[in-house]
Design a binder for this molecule. Structure first.
Ligand code: KG4
Ligand code: ZN
Length: 385
């Protein structure tokens, strides 16, 4: 089966083409091509994502990216790896009779910025009509979970099996829009054995700002460009190397609360007050504060994760979302998983941010059963279909 993934939930325009199969009852996939066009530079002057600008850019980028994606997929075939022998024929035929061998179009339906999401959905509808392929709407957060199960993100690569999940599993989703702890269980009633089928229950989430949003806002306070996460991380690493620490101790919000919820807006405000009280932003002050902020975020996420591992008896932890690119956090999560003797699945750094590979992969999962199972605290449905 060939699946086209479309992702336009925020400021990345992304398309991916994957092929899937079942071998001996086990799901396998390979990546034909995966492209991400980042708009970060365009949004940087606004200090965050400007939705109408994102929409306009997605509209402009999608057709260009699609052409490149299909070309790259054909090159994959030409490079001798015998990828989908009929893909080239299919694409050439497309010129004559508008037929293309794409079985499913998986598109992010949310959560995300509405004008940006619509661009991807409308594009998917247009292609669906043209190619007579069904559309599967995908939850972006499920994408971040499933994307972390890929062993390799290399295009034109080998067939791969997903990393095995020992249940129950937990996902810690840390992105620019979300901070969630999700419990994952097997769908016992699944009739489809080769495809993993999961039930997700959100057991904790942020009460206000997402962790990536806090990184971005703190970066802005420190006069660093958007997106701020990588810049804060760079300063914090430098501070540790130079042994510079902050004289200001930042709070670890909700660290002692009994639930698995998070709150990051107070942390951001504490940074604001620290900067206001300091008066002048010296180089060393910035380094120390970035380090203290990264420490505070790490302590907070790690403490909640530990609590959740203990409470749910999780045997696997998946971390996903843009903030999972953070090396300091990754190292801490690795330590924690080793201490508990459980598996930790992190996405490769290339696909920790938004991408369409993860969306195409979820499309494969849902093709036959289409469960719509993401729930907040076991009750509220997050997706509104
Ligand atoms: O998942 P993502 O690409 O987009 C959303 O779905 O929100 O996450 C983007 C977020 C941004 O807030 C960005 O600052 C943050 O991920 N981020 C990082 C790092 N790289 C990206 N945060 C901390 N450290 C990083 N190295
Ligand atoms: Zn995301």
């Amino acid at each position: 089966m060939i699946i086209l993934g479309i992702e336009t939930s925020c400021d990345d325009t992304a398309l991916a083409l994957i092929e899937t199969r079942e071998v001996g009852g086990v799901f396998e996939c390979r990546i034909l091509s995966s492209l991400v066009h980042s708009q970060a530079e365009l949004h940087s002057p606004y200090g965050g994502v400007f939705p109408t600008l994102a929409k306009r850019e997605h509209e402009k980028n999608l057709p260009v990216l699609l052409e490149k994606l299909l070309e790259e997929s054909m090159e994959t075939q030409d490079s001798g790896s015998k990828t989908c022998p009929w893909l080239r024929t299919g694409i050439q035929e497309d010129n004559k009779n508008d037929k293309i061998p794409i079985d499913i179009i998986a598109v992010t339906e949310g959560p995300g910025l509405e004008p940006a999401l619509w661009t991807g959905i409308v594009f998917a509808e247009m292609l669906s009509k043209k190619w007579k392929a069904p559309i599967i709407p995908i939850n972006h957060m499920e994408g971040h979970i499933v994307g972390s199960l890929l062993r390799s993100d290399k295009s034109g690569g080998e067939w791969q099996r997903l990393k095995p999940l020992q249940m129950p599993a937990l996902a810690l989703l840390i992105s620019g829009g979300h901070t969630e702890l999700v419990k994952i269980e097997d769908r016992q009633d699944s009739l489809v054995t080769a495809l993993p089928q999961f039930i997700y229950t959100i057991v904790g989430q942020t009460k206000d700002d997402a962790v990536g949003e806090a990184f971005d806002k703190v970066a802005r306070l420190l006069n660093l460009p958007y997106p701020g996460g990588p810049h804060i991380s760079r300063l914090a690493t430098e501070a540790r190397k130079k042994n510079i620490s902050s004289s200001v101790k930042l709070p670890r919000p909700m660290i002692s609360s009994q639930n698995f919820d998070f709150s990051f807006s107070g942390l951001k405000t504490a940074v604001l007050y620290a900067i206001r009280d300091a008066g002048k932003l010296s180089g060393d002050f910035k380094l120390g504060l970035a380090r203290e902020f990264e420490d505070a975020v790490t302590d907070t996420l790690d403490t909640k994760l530990r609590k959740a591992i203990e409470e749910t008896n999780a045997l696997t932890v998946i971390v996903g979302g843009g903030v999972s690119a953070n090396s300091y956090l990754r190292a801490q999560f690795e330590k924690t998983a080793a201490e508990y003797g459980i598996s930790l699945y992190l996405p490769s750094k290339h696909i920790s941010g938004d991408n369409a590979l993860m969306i195409a992969l979820v499309g494969a999962f849902h093709y036959q059963t289409r469960p719509r199972t993401i729930r907040a605290h076991g009750t509220k449905r997050l997706d509104n279909r």
